[in-house]
Design a protein around this ligand. Structure first.
Ligand code: EAX
Length: 328
């Protein structure tokens, strides 16, 4: 009898001991993007997942879903974030205006001078405000990661100035500002989800597309006939690192802070990875038979796309655009 009582007491003590520990927050999360594991998005994502695992002693595990595994494009996957089907997403701003309209201000052509200018704005108060605006869409935007400056590519000609590109059928992201800018420049743009682009190029439904060097390189677009790559750098493509608000709100405060801090760190890291690799990727593309046009008359594109600003002036006041343009 005494022995049974002792065992019971021991059991109660064990349960009391395990109790609080098992109440500790634990989670397995899904992180998605359109890009494969060798792209800087997923290099950054792997870094983020590793740091979180290490810093939570394995309480939070983040599983990586590259290459459109969780949706055919960024719009669909952002819906997944909103609904909580996906926990984390690295996405360009392409379709994000449909969720948080203010983010579109970053999509104007020739808004940013260079990477220093980009970092200043993204990591400053303007960037923070744009991220915070996502709360209204039930999305927690943690920090800015990067896609890069976008460049025009096609299967037909070496584009050196805007006039050379007239009439080209190109895919754009599902983004009204990009669409307007290309129409203004005299091209024939069609919005399309990322998952459909390779086949559309291969089947010659479109002549070209525009994306940063890393995206072109990871997608091996030379295998889809994209032999002309012009360094137009017509628009900078930032990539908010998004989290489902549902998942974020379920975490204890300390973990929320850890996610914010770590996402910023991983973002800095992946921007550097992206920038440092661009030249080497251009060289490899050249070896694959891609002609890289370096001496692009960027002024001609800037001029051709200038009407885009006026067309959206009621949505994006001049003063706000100028605050970004003049940031120093
Ligand atoms: O975010 O859809 C696009 O062209 C994006 O630049 C790409 O998915 C990376």
């Amino acid at each position: 009898m005494k022995k049974t009582m002792f065992l019971c007491l021991a059991l109660i003590l064990v349960v009391m001991w395990i109790g609080p520990a098992s109440a500790e927050y634990r989670a397995t999360m899904k992180l998605a993007s359109t890009q494969p594991m060798d792209h800087p998005y997923m290099v950054g994502a792997k870094k983020f997942a590793d740091l979180i695992k290490e810093r939570t002693n394995g309480r939070i595990e983040i599983k990586l879903y590259p290459s459109n595994q969780l949706g055919k494009g960024e719009r669909e996957m952002t819906e997944g974030i909103q609904q909580g089907a996906i926990d984390l997403l690295v996405t360009s701003t392409g379709p994000l205006g449909g969720f948080s309209p203010s983010i579109n201000i970053l999509d104007f052509p020739f808004l940013f001078r260079d990477f220093n200018h980009v970092d200043l704005v993204m990591d400053g108060p303007i960037g923070r405000k744009l991220l915070d605006d996502f709360e209204k869409a039930n999305i927690k935007a943690l920090s800015f990661w990067e896609n890069g400056f976008r460049h025009l590519t096609n299967s037909k000609i070496d584009v050196k100035k805007a006039a050379d590109a007239k009439g080209l059928k190109i895919r754009t992201m599902e983004n009204k500002i990009h669409l307007a800018a290309w129409k203004d420049a005299g091209l024939n743009p069609t919005p399309m989800a990322w998952g459909e682009v390779f086949t559309a190029l291969q089947q010659k439904v479109i002549d070209g597309q525009e994306n940063p060097i890393a995206v072109f390189y990871s997608a091996k677009f030379w295998d889809a006939g994209q032999k002309h790559f012009s360094l137009t750098a017509h628009v900078y493509s930032p990539s908010p690192f998004l989290m489902s608000k549902k998942t974020f709100d379920a975490m204890p405060k300390a973990d929320q802070e850890l996610f914010l801090k770590t996402s910023y760190e991983a973002g800095k890291f992946q921007r550097k990875v992206n920038r440092d690799a661009e030249e080497a990727k251009l060289k490899e593309m050249t070896a694959k038979g891609v002609t890289v046009v370096r001496d692009v008359d960027r002024e001609s594109f800037k001029k051709a796309m200038a009407p885009t600003y006026a067309a959206f002036s009621s949505e994006f006041p001049k003063a706000e655009i100028e605050a970004i343009m003049n940031a120093k």
